[in-house]
Design a protein around this ligand. Structure first.
Ligand SMILES: Cc1cc2nc3c(=O)[nH]c(=O)nc-3n(C[C@H](O)[C@H](O)[C@H](O)COP(=O)(O)OP(=O)(O)OC[C@H]3O[C@@H](n4cnc5c(N)ncnc54)[C@H](O)[C@@H]3O)c2cc1C
Length: 320
């Protein structure tokens, strides 16, 4: 019996969320007295997954896996899970992970729990904690099935390094072109920026910025801090910022170490995507803005006054 972890990569680089999932898989395997097997698909990353706790890495290779396809990836992963007697599968809850997990659970006839945020409690059965109601509550779920697929929210489990170097083995599967019922025609990638889902620091702004011409302040602060930029939904709906920056219930869920929110009211739909950030700093002219209730640091002030001062101070500190 093994804990299988899907190791997601992008252009030959494993995602940080994959290292979290592997550390999680290793810790779970230790509790269950089993092994942790990392499975990469297609163009695998170059980093050594043994350092994060994998006992073994398998790479599913083949031309069909050169671009992400949920059906093909789920079928291939399912075959490896069966071949390796996988009991629990850990998948990071990324866009790709979210689309593979339910397909895999159906193929494996396994229990599926999405959005887990903490280590499994095996003291009396198999109990997991997951976020519910747009992250406003935590649910405790008992899994009463010997096979489980769990998706882990990125940034909810601490990566530990210090494992051993391992080599990888290539495996093939029976996946064929007939298993793929959609084809990616082209992809337009945002380049040269820190991906929001991977960012440790995020500078975000809302309608309080008044117009897209004022985003230079947000980009400058983000540049100085080495942060990614984000925005509220109306801002991307109006077209001030690209939709790829929209965070919240209907956008991207993030959990950075620091989230700076400038001119954002803090509606529950926005908080659903950012409320689990480790430290939240809010800048708003309205002392009654709901965001202050979720903030660790609050500045009641005008963004046009506060942001230039923050940028100046951040530059001084970085310069020093
Ligand atoms: C089904 C549904 C899903 C939704 N999903 C999302 C989602 O995923 N993400 C999301 O963000 N929203 C979402 N929304 C919208 C959400 O309810 C809010 O309307 C939205 O978050 C508000 O955006 P905002 O804070 O930028 O704008 P506003 O509500 O207009 O707030 C602007 C804030 O800026 C402050 N301000 C104004 N001027 C200044 C200044 N000069 N300096 C400092 N502060 C200033 C104001 O005091 C105010 O608090 C959703 C709504 C629905 C109904």
């Amino acid at each position: 019996m093994a804990v299988i972890v899907y190791a997601e990569s992008d252009n030959g680089i494993y995602k940080k969320s994959s290292f979290e999932a592997i550390t999680y898989g290793k810790d779970l395997a230790n509790q269950l007295g089993s092994t942790c097997i990392a499975v990469s698909i297609g163009n695998k990353g170059t980093q050594n997954l043994g350092l994060y706790g994998a006992d073994k890495e398998l790479n599913i290779s083949g031309d069909l896996f050169s671009t992400f396809n949920p059906q093909a990836y789920a079928k291939a992963l399912s075959e490896v899970v069966s071949a390796e007697s996988g009991e629990t599968v850990i998948i990071s809850q990324t866009y790709n992970g979210k689309s593979i997990a339910p397909l895999l659970a159906v193929k494996q006839d396994a229990a599926l729990v999405t959005g887990i945020v903490d280590m499994v409690d095996t003291t009396a059965g198999f109990s997991v904690k997951k976020t519910c109601f747009s992250s406003k509550a935590i649910g405790h779920i008992n899994v009463n099935h010997p096979k489980r697929v769990l998706t882990l929210i990125p940034n909810s489990y601490k990566i530990t390094e210090g494992g051993k170097d391992i080599s990888y083995e290539t495996v093939s599967t029976s996946v064929s072109a007939s298993d793929i019922n959609t084809t990616i025609v082209s992809t337009d990638k945002v380049t040269g920026k820190i991906p929001l889902t991977e960012a440790e620091l995020v500078v975000s702004a809302g309608r309080g910025l008044k117009g897209p011409e004022n985003w230079n302040m947000i980009e400058e602060l983000a540049d100085v801090l080495g942060a990614a930029t984000a925005c509220s939904k109306p801002v991307s709906d109006i077209g001030w910022r690209p939709h790829s920056e929209h965070v919240g219930q209907t956008g991207i869920t993030i959990k950075p170490n620091l989230y700076i929110a400038a001119g954002i009211s803090g509606a529950i739909q926005h908080l659903a995507g950012v409320g689990s950030s480790k430290v939240i700093c809010v800048i708003n002219t309205d002392p009654e803005a709901p965001f202050f209730k979720a903030a660790d640091y609050g500045i009641v002030g005008d963004v046009f006054d506060v942001l230039p001062k923050l940028i100046k101070r951040a530059k001084e500190i970085k310069g020093a």
